[in-house]
Each structure stands twice: as C-alpha cells, then as structure tokens.
Design a protein around this ligand. Structure first.
Ligand code: SF4
Ligand code: SF4
Length: 379
C-alpha cells in the first residue's frame, strides 16, 4: 500500500486526498471488490456510498470484510461516509440508518450526510425538524460520528447551511470549470468544516473523455490531471472519484500526495485555458455575475449561459449537452426551465454589464445543446 497523505474532514476523520465513490462499481460484487482493493493499494482510506446507489452499500460492506480477512486495511481503518435523503420522519429515519449500518456490516460509521440538501425545506428538516432529532439520536446511539450534507442547490442555500454550524462536512460541486462555490468552500475550510468535491472527473465536465481541443489546450497535462491538481492545491479536503474498474484509479495513484501549490507551469496552463476560452467566446462570454436576474419568466440565465460558455469556450460539448437535456427531468437536483422559457421580453438586457444579447444567446444555446432526453445519473 502507498504511504498517503491524510487531511482532516471535519472534526473526526482523517482522510486521503481522494475518496472512492461507490456508485459506479455497483455492477457486481466482484467489480466492487477489485475497485476497493485498488483504492486501498493506492492509499485511499475514505469510501463514500448511499442507499440510492443500488447494491453499493452491501457490496462495499462485503468487500471491506473480505479485504480485512486478506490483511488489507488502511491504518486507522476505513473512513466511511453514507447518506440519507432529507424528509424522513424520525422512526423511518432510524430504520434507514439501521439498514445502512446492516448493509455495510458496521455498528458505526464515521460520517452521515444529508443526501441532496437542495431546497430550503431540506435545510429546515435537517437543522430544526425531524432530521435534527434523528441525527442527535444517531450520535447518542454511537452510530455516527459527525453529520454533513451534499448539495446541488443554490449557493445562497449552501452558505446558509454552512453558517448554521450544524454540519461538520459538506460535498459540493467544485470544479476547475465551475468555480462559483470556491469562495464558500474556502470559508468552510477556514472554519474547520471538511469539504469534499463531488466527482471532478464526471460532474466537472466528463473530463475522462475530453475533446481534442481541450486536450491541446491543456498540454502538457491531461485536463483531468489539471482539474484534480487545481482543487488539491486549493486545499479542498478530498476529491471523490467514481471508479467502475481498477484502472480508473491510475491517475489518482499518481496524484495521491499531490497537495502542493500549483507550480508555474500549471498556473500558466490554467491561465492559457481561460484566455483561449475567452477568445473563442468573444463578445458572447457570460461572466456569471447574475446581475440579469430575476427573470420574470424564471429563466435561469446564468446557468444556461454557463453551459454555452463550456460548450463554446472549452469544447465541453458532450457534458454541456448532458446537463442541458437533464433540465426539468431531475427534480430538485437541477434546473427546471431551459432556454425555451425565454419570452424575449427584454427585461434582462439593461441589467447585463456585458451588454449580452441574452435572448439570442439563449436561443443559440438551445439550438446547440438540445438533444434527445437523457436519464438522470445520480441522486
Ligand atoms: S428576455 Fe428572456 S431571459 Fe430576459 S428577462 Fe425576458 S424572458 Fe427572461
Ligand atoms: S448579467 Fe450578463 S454577464 Fe452577468 S450573468 Fe447575466 S448574462 Fe451573464
């Protein structure tokens, strides 16, 4: 096993720079075993799972047991994070937590997170409602050490959750190509709250299958390597990586201790990426300032134009299409309205400091990205 760095995730866990997400290895018990074994050999000690990942928890529990019988166990043991969807009444929540532990074959796990704290009512449930009672009970019963949340929600909601001082860790969308939440992640880290980045490889732009243009723009690095390094150098506690086979962890093995600040070449390439994207977008670059909001028809203008930025500026077309075509199909996990909700009223136009022709750009975004609807891939 590799000697690997650990960082504190909240107040109770010391975790590796990468966390193995278990959703993509849930195809079979053997697939899970081989991926967890590879993770162990790479120096990973933190496993992330959820009841909604099909049989992942049971496969994970059996794999850990088998590896331990074979003498493979990280120093200090595995750190496990599982999640619970918000909204359950206390009795139901207690039943769910007991089932999580039973599937994992544990009497206790380190971390329990609210899975998808995406709406105000989810936060209310967790800190003032049945969720708060449930978490108190789980700690008193010595079933979990600390409580956190994952969120795909608005930045303002995440800020409110973090400032409640109720949570010891969080899982957020933090990406090289989407840095909106980076300031709140930095603030959380300063306050001792552990921060996990949700799948920089997949949710960060499907960076495992980049376009030739992006590959060229990132030379001499692979885009995924640059994305990982950017977050690690920022001090993000741990990055989740979803592997379906051992070789998916090859890059992680190389970067398992790469927490040093960005070197001059990395900085230069990141700057180059940005300026190339700005050049390609020209006067259509949306700077994501959100000053165009609110739209009387609730069009999520910045989010839609962010996808346009990604598709045109960075050639992340497949990713942008996947996200665009999920709109309205993923409940509270993603936006509800796409560009077709724009009624061309023009209200947003005087508010945009970049003088973007917003309705035209929205129409162009729709034409470029609309596709046959895709299935939701997480939750
Ligand atoms: S022009 Fe379209 S996006 Fe702008 S405010 Fe009107 S409906 Fe909303
Ligand atoms: S005001 Fe203009 S630049 Fe700012 S987010 Fe809206 S469209 Fe983009």
């Amino acid at each position: 096993m590799k000697e690997a760095m650990r960082r504190p995730l909240g107040s109770n866990s010391l975790v590796s720079l990468f966390t193995l997400g278990s959703m993509r290895a849930a195809s079979s018990q053997e697939a899970m075993y081989s991926v967890v074994k590879e993770a162990f050999q790479a120096g990973i000690n933190h496993l992330e799972t959820a009841p909604t990942y099909g049989p992942a928890e049971s496969f994970l529990g059996s794999s850990i047991k088998r590896l331990e019988q074979e003498g493979m166990k990280p120093e200090g043991g595995w750190v496990i994070t599982s999640k619970i969807l918000p909204g359950a009444e206390i009795k139901e929540g207690q039943r769910q937590i007991k089932k999580i532990l039973a599937r994992l074959g544990k009497s206790k796990i380190d971390n329990l997170a609210v899975h998808g704290l995406n709406l105000q009512e989810h936060l209310n449930w967790a800190i003032n409602g049945d969720g708060a009672e449930l978490f108190k009970w789980a700690k008193q019963e010595n079933m979990v050490n600390q409580i956190g949340f994952s969120s795909h929600g608005k930045t303002s909601l995440i800020k409110e959750a973090l400032s409640s001082h109720f949570f010891q860790f969080c899982s957020l969308h933090l990406h090289l190509f989407d840095q909106e939440r980076l300031p709140i992640a930095r603030e959380a880290l300063r306050e001792g709250i552990g921060v996990m980045a949700i799948s920089p490889a997949d949710k960060g732009g499907r960076l495992y299958e980049p376009s030739q243009t992006l590959l060229n723009d990132c030379e001499p690095f692979h885009p995924l390597e640059l994305a990982y390094r950017f977050l690690l150098a920022e001090g993000i506690t741990t990055l989740t990586v979803g592997a379906s086979k051992p070789s998916d962890l090859n890059l992680v093995k190389r970067l398992i201790n790469s927490a040093n600040p960005l070197n001059p070449l990395e900085n230069e390439v990141i700057e180059r990426l940005k300026s190339k994207a700005e050049k390609r977008l020209g006067e259509n670059l949306c700077k994501q300032c959100k000053k165009c909001l609110p739209c009387p028809n609730n069009v999520p203008i910045p989010e839609l134009l962010r996808l346009h930025n990604l598709a045109v500026g960075y050639e992340l077309v497949t990713f942008a299409k996947e996200r665009y075509n999920l709109i309205g199909r993923a409940g509270h996990w993603w936006e509800q309205l796409n560009s077709t909700a724009c009624k061309k009223c023009g209200d947003c136009l005087p508010r945009c400091p970049e003088h973007l022709s917003i309705p035209d750009l929205l129409e162009e975004t729709h034409k470029q990205l609309v596709d046959s609807p895709k299935r939701r891939l997480w939750g």
